[in-house]
Write a protein that binds this ligand. Structure first.
Ligand SMILES: N[C@@H](CCC(=O)N[C@@H](CS)C(=O)NCC(=O)O)C(=O)O
Length: 214
């Protein structure tokens, strides 16, 4: 059976879990914390990061790489638009989320509000969180508000890797007690609600919630 290495708190692990659920692929979850990883783990994930993935043929690291592989090994249902431009747009939003949005939602909000108190017994530095909420996150939300269409997806006509890539970081925000203000960003708020209502997201959110509750 395929194996996914990582822990729930990682949005990148969450991304692969949602893709696996969308494609109906059964797998084992191997809890792996990306600190002082074993030499064996480095053979699968040379940078020592999570997630990593193995099936009966191959091992792979990196959420984007793993999701792209799953698309080829399990093409149904497709998670990448077939139209070339919409395909590129879905990849753009995956990259926008993984490469930039996470730098605010991860260390400045989720890490402060959830990881510090829950796992390190340290106080949250609320000034870091407030600066992120007041100054750093709004430009991202403004941009996404301008990009979200009425169909509830970010690219093409169907749910895609772009929606997964974005949606997982809004799960981190949710666990940190941060929502999207529907008065200021009505389309984005509706979009996030829609994405998180999918069975794949709902399952992951329900399974992770006990890890982060007080
Ligand atoms: N581009 C990678 C990023 C993975 C990543 O940064 N994972 C974090 C956890 S959320 C990690 O393993 N950090 C440990 C480290 O950087 O050494 C992906 O999409 O899988």
């Amino acid at each position: 059976m395929p194996k996914l290495y990582g822990i729930g708190a990682s949005p990148f692990v969450r991304k692969v879990r949602v893709a696996l659920a969308e494609k109906g692929i059964a797998y084992e979850h191997e809890p792996t914390i990306p600190v002082n990883v074993s030499p064996e783990y480095k053979k699968i994930s040379p940078l020592g990061k999570i997630p990593a993935y193995s099936d009966d043929k191959h091992t792979l690291a990196d959420s984007s790489v793993i999701c792209a592989y799953l698309e080829r090994t399990h093409p149904q249902p497709p998670l990448y638009p077939s139209d070339p431009y919409e395909f590129a747009r879905a990849l753009w939003f995956e990259e926008y989320a993984d490469g930039a949005l996470v730098q605010i939602t991860g260390p400045k909000i989720f890490f402060q509000r959830v990881v510090q108190p829950k796992f390190f017994n340290q106080k949250c530095d609320e000034s870091i969180v407030q600066k992120a909420l007041d100054e750093e996150l709004p430009p991202y939300f403004d941009y996404l508000e301008s990009q979200v269409g009425d169909g509830g997806v970010i690219a093409g006509n169907h749910f895609s890797i772009g929606d997964i890539g974005l949606g997982v970081h809004f799960v981190s925000l949710k666990f940190a007690g941060v929502g999207v203000d529907a008065n200021r960003w009505p389309k984005l708020a509706r979009y996030v609600e829609h994405v998180h209502a999918r069975p794949s997201f709902k399952k992951v959110i329900e399974e992770e919630a006990p890890l982060f509750s007080a």
